[in-house]
Ligand binder design. Structure first.
Ligand code: IVH
Length: 681
């Protein structure tokens, strides 16, 4: 009888497990990724079914079941950011060399029958993925090799990483590299440039910054990718590394196709030679190749040093470098007035492109290399895609550097004291390496830069006015500042070379349409330093018109989420400048949206100003997103996790037990939905 029962019970027990997993995934996709895969109705039906089944099988109670807690948009993160996890096996590094001879020596020391697995060395960040019963349960960064951060929410945004695999050992670990592909890296940097945020030097830095973000939606948008190159655990299939990788590939893991078994030095050399060129066609950055002894028993007897396995070695591709002459140092003035020195070089061929210019960053950089015009310099192009000058060559026999005449003529480097574009004395902001031209409204590149930003897609989105056209209009005296855009006349535009009636009509139509662009984007378009798109939105929620913003006090500004002292100072300084006030007036007269219109989100009140509020549970009158909006438009801040700084918890039905416990222990009050709505009355 008992047997018969358990046979009947079995499918329902499995259904409970499957439903829990499905609903957990759905919660994650809904709350964290903002990409629901189930309709609300489907979700509710499945949740109801799970509740019924759990009631029938009380022995299967699990406090982690989706019936016991609501989905969270900050899954498993603590107040400091990520959960710290001790690696099951320490995460070691690799011995590496730039010398083919050392590779040869390493190969010679191996047993004569050793097979070598050749792989690409991906230039990203190492990650360790833990699978239990087929489920991805942790994704841990290298950290210090012993302990790392669990960044599973971010890793789950990578489409090629399976959340679940079937027919696998109960526990195992996959290690590999997380990367940001070149294309995504370039797009990200273009966006950052537009927003005046510091650029990432290379895809590795960008991937590292991305993996540490606390917002998986942004991580997803940036588009990380991953290659796995190592399987660890007990009782795993196969007795060699290559077969394990192929098995992992069959299980659905992203394993590179470039893995190859070699049996001789010649084959290894051929692999290196081939990939040294071919890697330039890959979508991701690589900086060398990795050689691993294939046989696991041989690996074991070779063993480890304190930091690296003896059974593997990395050969790093040398960065390409060339010697050339630094003809002249010139200076570029950017949109924000920063003056950047640029090296003008005798053209050279480097990694497939002709290089004749390289940034010198700032005065300190030039001094640290002791660069003089006329020097012979080494230029390198490596993982940093931008060519850079790495050193001065003083004793190249064929290319004497700094000859007697130069020293006599004293071509010693001196940074200009005045703006190379407008002559204004430069200023150096304390704590910054850059020199800046302070003549914001009268220095041509700054004026042009401001106009280009104003018309850009995320700002006023004026079709037809590209950078070249703006340049032309500026030279022709048609545009000096952003307000002039609204005084452009058809006949002035149409008479210019390359334009005509049709282009003029197009441009004017674009300008006309921009008058409907909402106030938040207008504020962003003004180009106040450090006021990016998101900050502008937050400011306009609190200040619903330019008139109120113009008179805002510093403490009112810094009370806004994201607005610190520096941004507040920049806003105040912007409205103190007479030139800016005149521009704003002209824009207003032109009919731009300078206040929140009906359809936009407004700041309804200050009732929640200074309050940090956690939302937990499910609600009867509004959805969670609506409550989030309500908090924001009443000037409060919605935060994800409970801490001693939390003002109160907006507590709905089925509030998570963990949150409740934490709130009690910290003395954070709970406010019901009705009480909360009454507060806002
Ligand atoms: S194997 C114990 N294989 O390079 C062996 N590492 O410089 C562990 N890397 O920490 C590493 N591509 O992040 C291995 N095909 C590859 C690799 C690779 C890139 C990274 C990895 C490692 C670092 C060492």
């Amino acid at each position: 009888m008992g047997d018969l029962f358990s046979q009947i019970e079995q499918p329902e027990r499995e259904e409970i497990l499957a439903l829990r997993k499905e609903l957990e995934d759905a919660n994650y996709r809904y709350y964290v990724l903002n990409m629901p895969t189930l309709s609300d109705r489907e979700f509710d039906e499945k949740l109801r079914r799970l509740q019924d089944l759990e009631a029938q099988y009380p022995d299967m109670f699990d406090k982690n079941s989706p019936t016991q807690h609501v989905g969270s948009d900050l899954a498993k993160k603590n107040d400091k950011g990520f959960e710290q996890v001790t690696h099951r096996y320490p995460m070691l590094s690799l011995a590496n060399t730039y010398s083919l001879e050392e590779i040869q020596d390493w190969l010679h020391k191996l047993p004569s029958d050793a097979e070598i697995v050749c792989e690409l060395k991906y230039d990203g960040l190492s990650i360790s993925l833990w699978y239990e019963n087929g489920d991805l349960v942790k994704a841990v960064t290298r950290g210090d090799g012993q302990k790392g951060d669990n960044v599973i929410d971010n890793i789950k945004t990578i489409a090629s990483v399976p959340w679940h695999v079937d027919g696998v050992p109960a526990q195992f670990e996959m290690r590999g590299e997380v990367l940001l592909p070149w294309e995504s890296f370039e797009r990200l940097n273009r966006e950052r440039e537009e927003q005046e945020e510091p650029l990432f030097a290379n895809p590795r830095n960008a991937a590292s910054g991305t993996l540490k973000l606390l917002d998986p939606k942004e991580v997803k948008r940036r588009g990380l990718t991953c290659y796995l190159y190592y399987m660890l655990g007990e009782n795993l299939p196969a007795d060699n590394h290559f077969d394990r990788l192929q098995t992992a590939k069959k299980w659905g893991f992203p394993v590179s196709d470039a893995v190859k078994v070699s049996r001789s030095l010649d084959e290894v050399n051929e692999y290196i030679r081939y990939w040294d060129t071919e890697r330039k066609n890959l979508p991701v950055a690589t900086d060398g190749i990795v050689l691993k002894v294939n046989n696991l028993q041989q690996q074991q007897s070779l063993g480890y040093t304190a930091k690296t396995p003896r059974w593997a070695i990395a050969y790093k591709f040398p960065a390409e470098r060339q010697l050339t002459k630094l003809k002249q140092i010139t200076y570029q003035v950017g949109r924000t007035g920063v003056v950047t020195p640029v090296a003008n070089l005798e053209p050279i061929q480097l990694s497939g492109t002709i290089v004749q210019r390289a940034t010198l960053h700032n005065e300190d950089f030039i001094r640290s290399l002791d660069l003089h015009e006329g020097d012979m310099v080494w230029v390198e192009k490596g993982g940093e895609i931008i060519p850079k000058i790495v050193s001065v060559e003083h004793n190249a026999a064929s290319s004497p550097s700094r000859d007697a005449t130069e020293t006599q003529q004293g071509s010693e480097f001196a940074f200009p004291t005045n703006c190379p574009e407008c002559g204004t004395p430069l200023v150096r902001v304390e704590g910054e390496a850059a020199w800046r031209c302070p003549n914001e409204s009268g220095c041509a590149p700054q004026q042009i830069g401001k106009i280009v930003h104003f018309v850009s897609r995320k700002a006023m989105n004026i079709d037809g006015l590209g950078e070249e056209t703006i340049d032309l209009f500026f030279r022709e005296g048609l545009l000096r500042n952003i307000a002039d855009i609204y005084s452009l006349r058809k006949e002035d535009i149409a008479r210019l070379e390359g334009l005509g009636d049709k282009s003029a009509d197009n441009i004017l139509a674009g300008i006309e349409a921009s008058k409907q662009v909402p106030w938040a984007r207008v504020l962003f378009a003004l180009g106040i330093r450090m006021v990016g798109e998101t900050t502008a939105k937050k400011i306009t929620r609190r200040f619903t018109s330019i008139d109120t913003l113009q008179w805002a006090k510093k403490e009112e500004l810094t009370a806004i989420d994201d607005v610190g002292d520096q941004i507040a100072d920049n806003i105040i300084a912007y409205f103190m400048d007479m030139n800016n006030l005149e521009i704003v007036n002209r824009l207003r007269q032109a009919g731009l949206q300078m206040e929140t219109s009906g359809g936009e989100q407004q700041t309804a009140s200050d009732k929640l100003a200074g309050k940090s509020i956690v939302i937990s549970g499910t609600f009867a009158h509004h959805g969670r997103d609506e409550y989030k909006e309500l908090i924001e438009i009443h000037s409060g801040k919605n935060v994800g996790s409970v801490s001693k700084k939390t003002s109160f918890i907006l507590a709905g039905e089925n509030m998570g037990p963990e949150k409740r416990k934490k709130a009690e222990s910290l003395g954070v009050p709970l406010v019901t939905e009705e009480e909360f709505l009454a507060m806002l009355q």
